[in-house]
Every structure is written in structure tokens, then in C-alpha cells.
Design a protein around this ligand. Sequence first.
Ligand code: NAD
Length: 248
Amino acid sequence: MSNTRVARLGELIRTHHPCVVLTGAGISTESGIPDFRSPTGIWAQYDPMEYATISAFRRDPVKVWEFYALRFEVLTRAQPNAGHLALAELERRGLVRAVVTQNIDALHDRAGSQDVVEVHGSIRSASCLACGTRVPLEDVVAALESTPAPPCPQCGEILKPDVVMFGELLPVDAIDRASALAREAGVLLVVGSTLEVYPVAAVPEETLAAGGSLAIVNRGSTPYDRRAVICIDGSAGETLAGLAEALC
Ligand code: NAD
């Protein structure tokens, strides 16, 4: 990690209010949750067309739950890391307005961030597509101990996790809020995302079109690197902890 770049990022945030943060799977790898598109990511093991689309779920929900049961085990054990904690701290100090996240792990919330926009849903609940009943995470986890796919307590249909699968629309309120925040941002700080999955991949475009600046902390490249004022190719946890210190 370059201290000079972190200091420059700190300066950018100090001088370009407000700072809005957009996070992806890369902020949670240091909590032990694999990302999607890295060589060790989830899609290296599982074909997203078979496990992550709404049509796959409708075709064979039990098979899709085999995948989610494993993910839930990892996600429910994971703890917020230095990156999540630094963002919560920067929000408390008035240096970050909000976090828009593609992650479903609820770790920003658990780290203490107050204004979190979850554009891909979360594991906090699962719902019945037949009768609309919503079931909290603890009940889903309890059901998974005795069955491969949790049934709806009202009608017995298999529940669907309240996360956005490929082929589904994003929750309108969340994506509208993400767009509004991106347009207002003096600086949009992207952390741990390949910026390849739309519509969220278009969010930085909104900041740039409205005259805001873009900064990126990510291992590896993104399609926006050349338009960013600062790119830091390094650990999200280490970089954000360094940033919180630089902004003391
Ligand atoms: P991604 O895997 O595409 O990108 C993660 C990026 O973070 C990579 O560039 C990686 O190199 C980087 N990275 C990994 N560890 C890092 C670290 N410690 N520090 C800094 N960078 C690190 O993930 P994404 O961009 O979040 O993917 C987009 C979204 O697509 C996902 O968040 C997910 O919500 C969504 N999605 C969901 C499903 C589903 O199952 N419902 C399916 C597909 C995609």
C-alpha cells in the first residue's frame, strides 16, 4: 500500500464533500467471504447460470439452496473487518455520507455504519414467492439444520433468500437512492468491486456525469480506472484503516 496515495485519497475526501462509498465483494474477502470473479472466487467453483439466476431457482430451488446453505454457513460466521470498521468510523466523523453495497452479508451494518443502501438485498430474510411470507435469517438457519431447502411456514413452498439473483430487478428504492447519492457525491469511493455487474456498474458514471470525482481501492483493474483521480491496487482493510488514520 502506498502511504502517499492514501494521503492523497484522504485529501480528496477532505476537499470534495460528500464522500459516498460503493462496495463490492472485495471488501469482505478479509472477513473470510470469497468474492465472485477472482481465480479463487465463487464462480470458479459454481456456474452462476446454474446457481445464481432466478430461472435456476424456479427450475430447481433445492439445488440452488445447496449452494446457499454453504454460503449462509460462511456468511453467518463472518465478522466485520478493518475495512468495514474504518468506513463506519468515517461516517461517525462526518467524512462519509453513506455506503452503497452490492454485498448481501450485512457486515457494514454490523460494523456500525448507519446509512447503508443494500442494492442486492441481504441474507437477513427469505421470502415465499407463492404467498409472500417473510422469514427471518435465524429461522432459515434453523430450518437448514434439518432440511436441504427451508419451506414456507405458511404454505410449504420453498423459500427464496431475499437477495437479488441474476434475471431479477433490483429493489427500486435502493437503486434510486444509490443513483441520487452518486449524483450528489463530491467523491465516489469504490472499494472491492470489478464494476462489471449492471446496473450498479453504471453508478460511477452518474458521479462523473454530475461533475464528482471517482476514487478506486481494488485489487486488480476495473473498466473505470482511467477515469478515476486515484486508484489504489491493494488490500481494502489495510487501505481503509490507513485512510481513517490519515484523516484523524
Ligand atoms: P467481484 O468478485 O466481481 O469483484 C471483487 C473485486 O474485489 C475483485 O476485483 C477482486 O480482485 C477485489 N478484491 C478481492 N479481495 C480484495 C481485498 N481484500 N482488497 C481489495 N480488493 C479486493 O465482486 P463484485 O464487484 O461485488 O460483484 C458484483 C456483484 O454481483 C456482487 O457483489 C454480487 O452482489 C453480485 N452478484 C450476486 C449474485 C447472486 O448470487 N445473487 C450473483 C452474481 C453477482
